[in-house]
Design a protein around this ligand. Structure first.
Ligand SMILES: Nc1ncnc2c1ncn2[C@@H]1O[C@H](COP(=O)(O)OP(=O)(O)OP(=O)(O)O)[C@@H](O)[C@H]1O
Ligand SMILES: [Mg+2]
Length: 267
């Protein structure tokens, strides 16, 4: 379920294999990732030797044309899918070496995921949606709702906490989704075109919010976007193309990069 994958926790459990995490500068490392999809008789290889080291506190943007593998990469980092070859490490542990329960802890408690579409439960209130990851983790209802409301305050929606999610505007829904992703204080926030469904003004607001939360909560964040102006507000811009990930300065200029309309209008 999406909600389970949308939250995380900085708390380091006693005896957890992730125990060393808090002292390491590198949050997640990907080594030589290759992903092959089979679609009928065709093979699609969006990632073909992608390596990446994500350091604590970084805000990283991933850009690239549609179909270049941005979502695929984020899914591999979140352990929502597995690479055909290559390895993702968290706290020095290869995700492929983790037991199912440890992988669930990684997905549910270490990663916060924001999707292009918010995936909120429309009939539940904003507070209930944000509280959901805490409830799944076993927190008592009252405490979970109190924590959720604090996070709704953080995203500027304290006054809307009792509103059904389905009645909120697109921008508000995405802010609730951001609160839900952060409610367990993840080690890594992954956002897949978080502003892609919003108009320019709302995209700007949601991005400002993400950047502010990133700084004030000392998050480590990776987001995929088609919006070059937003991408360039990150600490690092990485470009996916032809299966490879390279720093923007070193990436061959893709055809779409010279089309300012494309860049401005896509989220
Ligand atoms: N489950 C799947 N089965 C088959 N092919 C897939 C699957 N998921 C992704 N692909 C293919 O892999 C390639 C990369 O897809 P991906 O969604 O990662 O691209 P993207 O960069 O996120 O694109 P967009 O900017 O449009 O979101 C595409 O060609 C896509 O069709
Ligand atoms: Mg995508």
């Amino acid at each position: 379920m999406q909600i389970e994958a949308s939250s995380g926790a900085m708390m380091v459990a006693e005896g957890s294999r992730f125990g060393a995490f808090a002292s390491q500068p590198e949050v997640v490392r990907a080594e030589s990732l290759r992903k092959v999809f089979h679609s009928g008789l065709q093979e699609v290889v969006p990632l073909d030797g992608v390596s990446l080291s994500i350091l604590r506190g970084e805000l990283i943007a991933i850009i690239g044309p549609s179909g270049s593998g941005k979502s695929t990469l984020l899914h591999l980092l979140a352990a929502l899918d597995t690479p055909t070859n290559g390895t993702v490490y968290f706290a020095g542990n290869s995700l492929s070496s983790l037991a199912e329960s440890e992988l669930a802890e990684y997905r549910n408690s270490r990663i916060g995921f924001v999707w292009q579409r918010h995936h909120l439960l429309p009939d539940f209130t904003a507070a209930e949606n944000v509280a959901m990851p805490l409830l799944v983790g076993g927190m008592a209802l009252g405490q979970a709702l109190r924590t959720a409301k604090e996070w709704l305050g953080e995203v500027g929606l304290a006054s809307r906490s009792e509103q059904r999610a389905g009645q909120l505007s697109g921008g508000e829904q995405q802010r609730v989704a951001m609160a839900r992703a952060l409610v367990k204080e993840p080690a890594l926030l992954l956002a897949d075109e978080p502003t892609g469904d919003l108009d320019e003004q709302n995209a700007e607001h949601v991005f400002d919010l993400m950047q502010r939360l990133h700084r004030s909560h000392r998050l480590t964040s990776v987001f995929a976007t088609h919006n070059l102006a937003l991408a360039r507000r990150a600490d690092r811009v990485l470009v996916l193309g032809r299966g490879k990930l390279s720093p923007e300065a070193e990436a061959p200029a893709p055809k779409w990069a010279s089309d300012s309309k494309t860049l401005g209008n896509l989220g």
